[in-house]
Design a protein. Structure first.
Length: 602
């Protein structure tokens, strides 16, 4: 049984809690910039002292409004500075935040409010507040707060006024009542299968994540003067945990929910590091390639050669064998292509961290070859975000790195990845059956399949529940092939199918942003309907090449024999994607059963 255990060089004092990350900074360096708040096109600094004062005012208002120690308070908002301030404020009252994805529908909110027994909910806007009309477990007894109400003072102004009579001593007593073993947050899994379960994380888990990350060589790339722009949902444990790591590491953090305008925001904000999910890195690559081809076929071919050079250069650096010719080509393409890509990300980006789903070695090598190393990590909500990550001093492309200090991983006899350590949760909220199923002898069963090499690097090969077993008994892991197909600019999503079927098939969706360019480049009518486009022979031939590339990595029996192009992309709104852009396979299979039947001639 393969196993890797990495000892911690840090300790977690029993009296410490997550609020100390901010309040200790305010006490030690009150003038240090901890946050950057967007004001039009400017980003204004907020010092540790200013942030701590705002958190205190919010917390006092919540106390005066009736929030008690041990209560659960839901937080439904897009990513913004107030999210973090309210997170710290809820903690400071002695209560437990329950984050809810901003995209959640009324039934999802209702389940979380019911299961968590939350006494209150903070929503971002009046529109979100109206959504609560359809949430039966928000009653007259539930405290409801709105960050940006339609009229009247903002929530921060309101709570500051309401809490004016709450003393500093009462607030400090509340805050200090939290210990390392106190509940820190109740996060509901996004639910690719079944109803979301409440994951209870403790302050020791949060502090273990901070200590583990900063106990690696990643800490050498962090520090004062560095800037992080967070745009992932703060309801996702990855953004939440890295937010705390950044504050502790003296990195100034900015927040935006304007995903459509990320590139213009990058140019102004100039982040030193980027945290994202693989789909965003895929989009950056595909958009850059498409833009090159839109300019001219020549520029497109230059981009492709530059991409191949970047990948080859990255691979060569692993073995220390960068030849003279490859080095010269790399310098040439750095001037022609890579510098423009780095400029689009603000010109200051030194590294990126990818999590939430597999990145794939191809993209990892490309970005490292360009000069923006993407350190892929691995974790789940149950592991407080990253439990393993590649770092500058320990990196192996195609893996998710070694366990963070203070944690361990092992591979079970059936190939499942098991985890234990400081970041691993203790169980599911009010669900002993699920807890007993997930944790055995102190090891958390992740449901992921993988391997650990002789140096402790973990490789994730798929999900146990996603393994496809064909009618012929062939076991197929869909994720690696899907990653290769998504590399094609026109493919937005790819889902491999074939469970209990005679052969492997695939459902493909198109990237709507790139369709007009494809039509123009291929001399097609710009008004071509989706119904006609998905039948276009030229498009099928182009996508067949992407399928062939994926098939080249597996045996003939595992290869994709037929595929169908769907008219509509998978979206979170239609229920086919989770908020972190993972495909809900069962939902897609149910919704697109007609196309699956067509593939298999039913």
């Amino acid at each position: 049984m393969a196993e890797c255990r990495v000892p911690a060089q840090f300790t977690i004092p029993p009296e410490r809690n997550a609020t100390d990350v901010l309040f200790d900074a305010a006490a030690a360096e009150p003038g240090r910039t901890v946050f950057l708040e967007q004001a039009g096109s400017d980003w204004l600094p907020i010092t540790a002292q200013e942030a701590a004062d705002r958190v205190r005012a919010l917390a006092k208002g919540l106390i005066a409004s009736g929030v008690n120690p041990g209560d659960r308070v839901a937080l439904l908002s897009a990513t913004r500075l107030e999210w973090t301030l309210l997170d710290f404020a809820i903690w400071s009252t002695g209560a437990t935040p329950v984050p809810i994805y901003d995209s959640s529908a009324a039934p999802q909110i209702d389940w979380i409010m019911e299961d968590s027994s939350a006494v209150g909910i903070i929503v971002e806007t009046e529109a979100k507040r109206k959504l609560l009309d359809d949430v039966s477990h928000v009653t007259a007894a539930t405290m409801v707060f709105t960050i940006d109400p339609a009229e009247g003072p903002s929530l921060e102004e309101h709570l500051t006024a309401v809490g004016a009579d709450v003393t500093d001593a009462e607030l400090e007593a509340r805050r200090r009542s939290l210990k390392a073993d106190s509940p820190a947050t109740l996060i509901y899994t996004s639910g690719t299968t079944g109803r979301p379960k409440g994951v209870m994380l403790y302050h020791s888990n949060m502090l273990g994540e901070i200590g583990g990350v900063l106990d690696t060589s990643l800490s050498e790339l962090l520090g004062e003067g560095k800037r992080l722009l967070l745009f992932l949902p703060m309801a996702h444990v990855l953004a939440r945990a890295i937010n705390l790591v950044a504050i502790e590491a003296k990195v100034a953090v900015g927040y935006t929910a304007d995903i459509k305008n990320l590139l213009p925001t990058f140019e102004v904000f100039r982040p030193s590091l980027i945290l994202s999910v693989p789909r965003v890195f895929e989009k950056v690559y595909n958009s850059a390639r498409q833009k090159a081809y839109d300019d001219s076929v020549v520029k497109g071919k230059i981009f492709d050669r530059a991409a191949s050079t970047a990948i080859a250069y990255s691979q060569a650096t692993e073995t220390g064998s960068v030849g003279t010719l490859l080095g010269l080509r790399h310098k040439l393409y750095d001037r022609l292509v890579y510098s423009k890509l780095k400029a689009a990300l603000g010109s200051q980006c030194e590294l990126a961290i990818s999590g939430g789903a597999p990145l794939g070695a191809r993209l990892g090598h490309f970005f490292r070859g360009v000069g923006i190393p993407v350190y892929e990590g691995y974790g789940l909500t149950e592991t407080t975000a990253a439990v393993a990550v590649n770092t500058p001093s320990h990196v192996r492309m195609g893996t998710v790195g070694r366990p963070l200090p203070g944690n361990a991983a092992r591979i079970a006899d059936d190939g499942e990845v098991l985890l234990s350590g400081t970041v691993v949760f203790g169980g599911y909220w009010q669900n002993d059956e699920a807890t007993a199923e997930a944790i055995t002898d102190g090891w958390f069963h992740t449901g992921d399949l993988g391997s650990i090499d002789e140096d402790g690097y973990i490789k994730i090969t798929g999900r146990k529940k996603e393994i496809i077993v064909t009618a012929g008994g062939k076991n197929v892991s869909p994720a690696p092939m899907e990653d290769i197909m998504r590399a094609h600019p026109m493919i937005s999503q790819a889902m491999v199918i074939g469970d209990q079927q005679p052969f492997i098939g695939a459902l493909l969706t198109l990237d709507a942003e790139l369709i007009p360019d494809w039509l123009e480049r291929n001399g097609k009518d710009p008004s071509t309907s989706m119904a006609d486009l998905v039948k276009d022979a030229d498009l099928h031939a182009e996508l067949q090449a992407a399928v062939d590339e994926a098939n080249a990595t597996v045996s003939h029996a595992e290869g994709i024999k037929k595929f169908r192009i769907l008219r509509n992309d998978f979206t979170e709104e239609t229920g086919e994607l989770t908020p972190t852009l993972k495909v809900k396979r069962k939902v897609v299979a149910d919704k697109h059963g007609y196309h699956i039947d067509k593939i298999y001639g039913h």
